[in-house]
Design a protein. Structure first.
Lengths: 112, 114
């Protein structure tokens, strides 16, 4: 099946720093989604992207649909303690069924 | 707007026992999903319903897992008999329709099989 590779697997940053993470696939995707999951909770949808090159913001979060349609990027500006959690990308492949494929996640930790 | 509700939040059972999880999607959402999330991994789709019909159950271990959505609203997922490797978080999600890929998740049920 489809696989999504997320990078980095984990990040340790200081409060106030900017964060960048990405998600890549070996095949073309029609839709990219970014979710955040807190411990003991379900994933929460942050941003949805539907067109190659699309750049969408949600507060301090900005995500981009890569022009090759095989990758997506998420940036967080001026990180705050509540940004801690696991960030998952998810994509709907161009070919195949409607099923979303999830990445393995990027764990964000803020160092005091 | 109320989110996706799931119960129970936690369940501990012994192997070979049975267990059931319940999900109530967001009102008006026609599509319902059950995912399994093993520690350290992303969610993996088990089954997708459109109203009360199954759209995709290709990754559901049908020898032990079953799910239903009889009235096209809430849904139950059952495991019988459970195995140690079934220990995971079971997430329910819903979306407005099959055409919408924006899925909204419930808090999940953490299952521990001993």
């Amino acid at each position: 099946g489809q696989q999504l590779n997320q990078s980095p697997q984990s990040m340790f940053i200081q409060e106030g720093e900017d964060v960048s993470m990405n998600c890549t696939s070996s095949s073309i995707f029609n839709t990219w989604l970014w979710y955040k999951q807190d411990p003991g909770e379900g994933p929460v949808l942050l941003i949805a992207l539907y067109k190659a090159g699309e750049l969408t913001s949600n507060g301090r979060l900005t995500a981009q649909f890569g022009t090759t349609r095989k990758d997506s990027f998420l940036n967080i500006s001026a990180s705050i303690p509540s940004d801690v959690g696991i960030y998952f990308c998810a994509g709907q492949p161009r070919f195949g069924n409607e099923k979303l494929t999830f990445g393995t996640g990027t764990r964000l930790t803020i160092i005091p | 707007e109320a989110g996706v509700a799931q119960s129970p939040r936690y369940k501990i059972i012994e192997k070979r026992q049975s267990v059931a999880f319940w999900c109530n999607p967001i009102s008006g959402h026609a599509t319902l999903y059950w995912y399994q999330q093993i520690l350290g991994q992303g969610p993996k789709l088990l089954i997708q319903f459109q109203n009360n019909g199954v759209v995709d159950d290709s990754q559901l271990p049908k020898d032990r897992f079953s799910a239903e959505r009889l009235k096209g609203v809430d849904s139950t997922l059952k495991i019988q008999p459970a195995k140690l490797e079934d220990s995971a978080v079971y997430l329910c999600a819903s979306s407005l329709s099959r055409a919408s890929y924006e899925q909204y998740f419930g808090p999940g049920t953490r299952l521990t099989v001993t």
